[in-house]
Design a protein around this ligand. Structure first.
Ligand code: LLP
Length: 471
């Protein structure tokens, strides 16, 4: 579930950070979700990917997304190895690129043998430009435009069809182009799970996918559309989910759809169970491991197919957050502070809801530390405020932190997913830069936007141009 608690972490142990231990049971109350390579340098700076965070912000500025190559690759391997163990030889893990779509992230996951789930022409072209093979790209979305569908057919990716309009439009495009288009059908499984209502998608009252009641008429229609090759079915139940039960149930529901397809002469060979595994943003979060999630999914599909007496399909899943979320931290500089005696201390950082809209959108809770003074003990409860003109622009309410000074490098953990990808230019604030860190090297992967970049998109009609002052 999405953390909504605003309770400060216990300050019984006043250290900001304890090195990770092997057992998650040993995690300290103030242990943060940091990338796997996080350490503290001899001069008490946070280091990620062998790079001192203080050096990084001096070189690249703030706010700065710092993406750890090793953590991202490790998560990719955990998914792949899990499927190799529980569903050998027949699975494909797709990275849900909506979590963070950019060339470098897509290139890393492609290098790790993952496919990519895209939901727009922008994400599709980012995936192809990064080197993903068209057959490993799955195009989702509940309102793909005619142009996007045409592009999908040209590129040769798979299309996860969401509704009747799309099915008919795609059929027409495929006939016109003389191509056979491989598709999956997205169906709403009617499975409830506990997460924020905005990111819950599996229940029947959802804007996504065919209603299960429509599935027979869709199969009947498809039986007469040879230009649409229906490979299988897709379902996604929601995001930031800690429970395993919804995925235990999903295999059974989806296997039924495969049996129904057989009645219409369609043999489905792919089953895509979506993404959704949650991550640990705070010490109160306790998600299952990637291995446990993969095992649950595989066990459920194997049991359901055996019960129905159907061959095992190729199994796909589409994690986003659990791949890229824990791999990134965002570093900010502290600016002004406002102390309201007896009420609250606000410390403003030089970013906010424009680079991380999750707290204001979903009441998500994050943890922070002071990267330039890692030995400083937790001393006060500070509310980290963003710089935007909106009272709700608070990144962390009542964060346990050392006493802050202007210029401190506050770093927020677990920001890899749905931060850059949902960033905005609210208040005409340019989007931050991002760097990839690996074994002591830092490479720029997203240039910092400038105000000139933003103004470049503006057009000022002739009549509105400032007139040359008459002298
Ligand atoms: N597949 C489909 C069809 C999806 O809609 C999503 C996420 C995923 C896969 C990946 O789910 P994940 O493994 O990342 O949970 N902006 C929200 C999350 C929205 C998720 C949308 N769909 C947030 O910041 O929490």
């Amino acid at each position: 579930m999405v953390s909504t608690s605003s309770e400060p972490a216990s300050t019984a142990d006043s250290r900001q950070y304890l090195p990770p231990t092997d057992s998650t049971a040993d995690l300290s109350p103030n242990q943060l979700l940091l990338p796997l390579t996080a350490t503290v340098t001899a001069d008490h700076h946070l280091s990620v990917g062998g790079c001192d965070v203080v050096d990084l912000v001096e070189r690249f500025g703030t706010p700065l997304y710092i993406l750890d190559d090793h953590t991202l690759r490790t998560a990719c391997r955990q998914y792949r190895q899990g499927f190799e163990r529980y569903y050998p030889g027949q699975a494909l893990v797709l990275y849900a690129s909506k979590a963070w779509s950019c060339l470098a992230v897509c290139a890393i996951v492609t290098d790790e043998g993952l496919g990519i789930d895209v939901v727009s022409a922008g994400e599709l072209l980012t995936a192809t430009e990064a080197g993903a093979a068209p057959a490993n790209i799955y195009f989702h979305g509940n309102n793909k435009s005619f142009e996007e569908l045409t592009l999908a057919v040209e590129v040769g990716c798979r299309v996860v069809v969401d509704n009747w309009l799309e099915l008919k439009t795609l059929g027409e495009i495929a006939s016109r182009e003389g191509k056979t288009v491989p598709i999956l059908l997205r169906v709403t499984p009617g499975i409830e799970c506990h997460t924020h209502e905005y990111i819950r998608t599996g229940h029947l009252d959802s804007k996504f996918g065919f209603d299960p009641d429509q599935i027979e008429s869709v199969f009947e229609f498809l039986a007469g559309q040879p230009q649409l090759h229906c490979l299988g079915v897709h379902a996604h139940i929601g995001s930031q989910i800690f429970e395993l039960n919804p995925h235990t149930d999903l295999g059974g529901v989806m296997a039924q759809w495969m049996v129904t397809a057989q009645r219409y002469g369609l043999t489905l060979s792919e089953l895509d169970v979506g993404g959704g595994l949650g991550i640990r943003y705070t010490e109160g979060d306790d998600p299952p491991s990637i291995d446990t999630w993969v095992k649950t999914v595989c066990d459920s599909v194997v049991a359901a197919c055996q019960a129905e007496g159907i061959p095992l399909p190729r199994l796909l899943c589409e994690p986003g957050r659990s791949l890229v979320g824990p791999a990134c931290v965002t570093a900010y500089r502290v600016g002004s502070q406002k102390v309201i005696p007896g009420l609250r201390t606000y410390a403003a950082i030089d970013g906010g809801m424009s680079d991380n809209p999750r707290p204001i959108t979903y009441q998500s809770v994050y943890r922070a530390l002071v990267a330039n003074r890692m030995a400083a003990p937790l001393a006060e409860t500070v509310t980290l405020a963003g710089k935007h003109c909106e009272s709700g622009d608070i990144l962390i309410k009542d964060a346990p932190l050392p006493e802050l000074k202007s210029g401190d490098v506050v770093t927020i953990a677990g920001t890899g997913a749905y931060n850059y990808s949902m960033a905005s230019n609210y208040n005409r604030v340019p989007r931050p830069a991002a760097v990839l860190v690996a074994e002591g090297d830092a490479s720029l992967i997203l240039r910092r936007e400038t105000v000139a970049d933003l103004l470049r998109q503006d057009c000022l009609p002739e009549a509105l141009r400032p007139r040359a002052k008459s002298t």
